[in-house]
Write a protein that binds this ligand. Sequence first.
Ligand SMILES: *[C@@H]1O[C@H](CO)[C@@H](O)[C@H](O)[C@H]1NC(C)=O
Ligand SMILES: *[C@@H]1O[C@H](CO)[C@@H](O)[C@H](O)[C@H]1NC(C)=O
Length: 249
Amino acid sequence: MASKTASFLLFSLGPALALAQGKRGLSYNNGTLANLFSGYDQVTWVYNWGFDRIGADSSFDFSPMLWGLPSSDNPDWTAAVQVQGTKEILGFNEPDLGSQANINPSDAAAGYRKFMEPFANQVRISTPAVTNGPPPGMGIGWMDQFFGNCTSCTLDFVAIHWYSNNDPEGFKSHVQQFYKYNLPIWITEFAASGTEDEQISFLQAVLPWLDSEPNVERYAYFGDFPGFLANENGDGLSQLGQVYATYSE
Ligand SMILES: *[C@@H]1O[C@H](CO)[C@@H](O)[C@H](O)[C@H]1NC(C)=O
Ligand SMILES: *[C@@H]1O[C@H](CO)[C@@H](O)[C@H](O)[C@H]1NC(C)=O
């Protein structure tokens, strides 16, 4: 009886707690700056577009990323995925942008079959992370074509980016467009343009929504750098970083 009650409680509290906190993450390129966020419960995961956690505290989940299409087998990637504790892996970064990974959906799908699919059911696999550029060539248009080419791929969650002006409603409706894939969503980069105060008001408008939205599994505001979520000296949180670390309704 007691254990039945306990598991019922866990079952009923677990999802509620998961919704209330723990979705926030960091994009970083210096482990010292990631560790400025150690101890803030809501910040649970980190990534740096690369394979290695470069000093970020082991209390953070670290997701290695295969940034672009390798030209041949990459043993370092295999080793990165197999680091103990790795639960999720991230794929190509902005394949829909010429200045970023720049891969067409068909080649990206072939790359996924080769470099990501071998790890299916060992770790959870992200789609490539698309920009919010205009379809059909970019954004959700690129993603549609990727899904069209990767029908045999194991895809466990969808990764997206969003950059625009301080437009919380536009942000929400952009994210909602991706619910059609029926997979959890990770917003691995997003930011509103504007002053620090404007970005704070943007975060205060969207953080409670992100935290309560069941389809949104994780997100990372761009980014954990001096003058962004860290202060200019890189030795503490900025005001924006404080809000990101702590804000809840
Ligand atoms: C596969 O990707 C190519 C672009 O690389 C695209 O033209 C084609 O429509 C896609 N196929 C499907 C079924 O979506
Ligand atoms: C990382 O950030 C710290 C704190 O700002 C700084 O002292 C250090 O030099 C940085 N490391 C690298 C490799 O840039």
